[in-house]
Design a binder for this molecule. Sequence first.
Ligand SMILES: [Ca+2]
Ligand SMILES: [Ca+2]
Length: 232
Amino acid sequence: MKRVNINFRMMLLFLVFISPVYSYAAGCTENYITNGGFENPIVPMGGTITKDDGLAENQEFLWSTNAAWYLLTDDYMLRTEGGESAVPPEGYQAFYFYGGKVYQNTGLTVQENTRYVLKFRLMVSSLSYSNHYFFAAFENPAGEFMTYSGSYLPRLAEVYQWSDEISFIFDSAENPSAVGQQLVAALYSNAFSYIDDVKLYVGPSGDFDNNCIVNMKDVSQMADNWLVNDAQ
Ligand SMILES: [Ca+2]
Ligand SMILES: [Ca+2]
């Protein structure tokens, strides 16, 4: 919450006090990522499909008709459980890539005062290079960032161990210039990275506890973060 600024705090207070219950009509439970578990196309159990197996003819491509992901990467592989790696946290398959980005056009247009929460699980096979990074971004179709995270790699204590669910949050109230643009969710890495269980949820600005309603509980959570961060 370090990037929460004064204007955003005031906007949240306005939402809470002027309209006592600000709920989000679209609901917060719909997942806007397609094939976020990388279960399509199906890989024979114990096997892999690699770049050399003809998944793609070009470096950048639509992975398959129903798979929804686009890749811009040096190397990648769709893999199942087994081998030296940990069991995927969702389903049987996970995705591995090295260098570049994996991204999906969500089909959403950024709305005013809306909160976009991208969730995913991450695993790496090496932590030995200090210049390795893995970060998430929301961007437009031209690849221009609306916002991006810091690297998540420092959080990972061990190799071949899936992270807990990571949440990357973009609140359009903090970047009004993004409103009206198509929303692309992207994951960038130059490490040997495995990802699985990618999801995107949409809710109202300031809904810190993700219950789809902005009320005093969110204000108190914001205040807690405010005090913690301002004390650092
Ligand atoms: Ca999976
Ligand atoms: Ca809430």
